[in-house]
Write a protein that binds this ligand. Sequence first.
Ligand SMILES: [Fe+2]
Ligand SMILES: [Fe+2]
Length: 391
Amino acid sequence: MNPNEGKRSKLTRRDLLGTASLAGLGGALLSAPELRSQEPQYQVGKDPGTHQPIADFRFDLEATRGWVGEAGSAKEATVAEFPVSEHIAGVSMRLKPGGIRELHWHAIAAEWALVLKGAVMATVIAPNGAPATDIFEAGDIWYFPKGHGHALQNIGKDEAHFVLGFDDGHFSEFGTFSITDWVAQTSPSVVSRNLGLSQATVAGLPKKELYILPGTVPATIPEPYLADDLETSQNPHKFRLGKMAPIVFPGGWERIVTAREFPINTTLTSVMQYLEPGALREMHWHPNADEWQYYISGRARLTVFGAHGRARTEELGPGQVGFIQQGFGHYLEQVGSEPTKFFALFNSPTFEEISISKWLAANPRSLIADNFGIAKDELNRLPKKALGILK
Ligand SMILES: [Fe+2]
Ligand SMILES: [Fe+2]
């Protein structure tokens, strides 16, 4: 009788691996076929053991109230609201015509945004003093490196709506610095001396952070800067995501913007995706980044595989955010008759994806047959390259 017979039901993966390596060293406690015959009793996929369930990865961002003021509003998804999303945060912001998101900077995060509606003028300064002013319309993205001061204004006739992304889930509570807040917290004599303003003018400055305030659209755009001798930035903060050529698949398309296409964008990758009704975004994972998704239109079912027998499915639709942790397997099934459009933000400047089809196609035939326990002639049915979005 095999000396390990009585232990079979209690074998762990570590036991099996340990036994296998001993066998490899000539201990010959169990042969490879014997090990394989034990695996069904081991039932890897049935017992999550001590692992926590997969964290909630759906957040209904647009259903929150957020911050509301007379000139605009903002709804946040930071770790406070959406704990799983530690490395990426998002804000859905709306500005009324003329509305200004005041001068501010982010101490711990770079800022990215995609404009969904309207026209937004943004001015940003780099540490070398070079400013840049651009107008962003639907389909355009911006990227402001960490700490670079900036302000936004809706210069259109209708409401502007854009979704901001930050490469740190804690960006808001620990790291957004507004100019009115700073000046209000500074002694009036220092403000007067530093800015050259009279004491009476300083006394009339805002007493606390304004955040979003009403403003007047300038008669000429762009307006001259306060200093008229500045060299403007040579490194564009704007990329026309909506205008780039898509990668087309049978069931939809993707537009992918990495640091290669948009060099100032050194920490994030943006992907716009479109799924035809009934499409399947194939099983895959991202080795180098988390994925933060915002659904613009249509619906999809997202299933995340978290190892140790854990998988979880959630349906997502307009205004909702989905999140997939780095390295977790996942796929999307389009739901409903309206095509599904969403964007995903990845916290890496390069895009990496391994799909199940690409992976299998790059393995020895007999190994796949043995791993799946399928006949070798079945192998020819397997895809030979990445499928992307299936019809
Ligand atoms: Fe900002
Ligand atoms: Fe993905």
